[in-house]
Ligand binder design. Sequence first.
Ligand code: ADP
Ligand code: MN
Ligand code: MN
Ligand code: MN
Ligand code: MN
Length: 364
Amino acid sequence: MSDLPRIELNKSVYDRFMNLSIEENISQLTYIWIDGTGETLRSKTRTHYEIPKSIEDLPIWNYDGSSTYQAEGSNSDVYLYPRAIYKDPFLQGNNKLVMCETYKYNKVPTDTNLRATCVDVMNKAADQHPWFGIEQEYAILDRDLHPFGWPKSGFPGPQGPYYCGVGANKVFGRDVVESHYKACLYSGIKICGTNAEVMPAQWEYQVGPCEGISMGDELWVSRYILHRVAEEFGVVISFDPKPIPGDWNGAGCHTNFSTKAMRDENGIVAIEEAIERFSKNHQRHIKAYDPKEGKDNARRLTGHHETSSINDFSAGVANRGCSIRIPRSVSEEKKGYLEDRRPSSNCDPYKVTEVIVRTVCLGE
Ligand code: ADP
Ligand code: MN
Ligand code: MN
Ligand code: MN
Ligand code: MN
C-alpha cells in the first residue's frame, strides 16, 4: 500500500459543494449497467429536469460499448434501457440510481444482458409467486488488493474466531459494512441482515425475500452501492469466489428460494418435489452459477470449507456440506423455503434465478 499514491480528497470541501442549493425540480440520474465481463458494473450520470416518479418517466440513453468490452469502436453505441429506480444514497435528495439493461445497435440484448430472458421467465411463472433471498459474501481488500487488516507479509491466525466476531483483532472494515447497510435501506433495497464471515475481512449481507425479477435488480444495485461505499473509504470489494487459495473459506451467493406452494401448509411436499427437479439438472445449474460456466466455482466448491463438491448433487436438512439445504426450522414447520448453496459470490443473479424458475416452476 505504501507505494500507492494518496487518493483521499478533502471531504469537508466536498461537503461545501454538496450543500449548494439547486433548483427544486432537478434530478441527477445515475444509470448503472453490467459491462462485457458480466461481473463488473459501470455507471454514468445525467441531469433530468423533473423528478421521476417511475421508470416510465426516464429516457433511454447510450454509452461507448467499445470501452466496456461490448462493441467495436466503429459501431460503438450501446443503448441503456432503464428498468428499476432507487433513491441515490450518495447524492441523496431528488437524485436516483437507475438499473439498466444494455441493448446493441440492432435492439438485440448484449451478450451479458441476462435480465431480458429472466423477465420473460419470471412473467411465465408469476402465478407461482417465486421468492428469493440471496446471501452475498465478499471480501474487503486494500487498494493493493491485499485483504484489509491482514499482515502485509504472512497471514492472520487460522479461521475460527472471525465468524460473527467482535473486536479489532477479529473483524476488519465494519464501517464499510454498516454504511452499506444503511445506504441500502435508504435506497429501498430489501437488505435483511449482515454478518462477519469465517475468513477475516470477509463479510456477508442478505437481500430478500424479493419476488421475481426484483431479486436480480436489487442484488446488482446493492453490489453497486457496496463498491461506491468502499470507494469512499479507500478500500476495494472483491466478489471473487475464492479470493485467497488454501485453508480460507471461499465466497458464495447462497440462494434461498420458495414458491407460494412451498410457503403454504405442508409446503414441504413442494420443496421435496423441487429438490427432485434440481437433482436432475446439477450440471446445468453449475454452468449458470458463475460467470465462467463453472470454472470459478471449481476453485470454491471443493467439498471442504462448508461446500459440497462441484461434481455431486446432494440435499439435506441443516447440512451445510450439501448442494441444497433445508433449514431446520423449515423441516420442523413442514413449509417454507430451500437454500441452494452452489451459486458463487460473483454470479449473475438474473441467470441464477432464471434457471431455478425454469427447473422448478416451468419444469423445463
Ligand atoms: P443462513 O442460515 O444460510 O446463513 P441467512 O439468514 O443468511 O441464512 O439468509 C436467509 C435468507 O433467506 C435471507 O436472504 C432471506 O431473505 C431468505 N428467505 C427467508 N424466507 C424466505 C422464503 N420464504 N423464500 C425465499 N427466501 C427466503
Ligand atoms: Mn465522451
Ligand atoms: Mn447467511
Ligand atoms: Mn455465509
Ligand atoms: Mn446460507
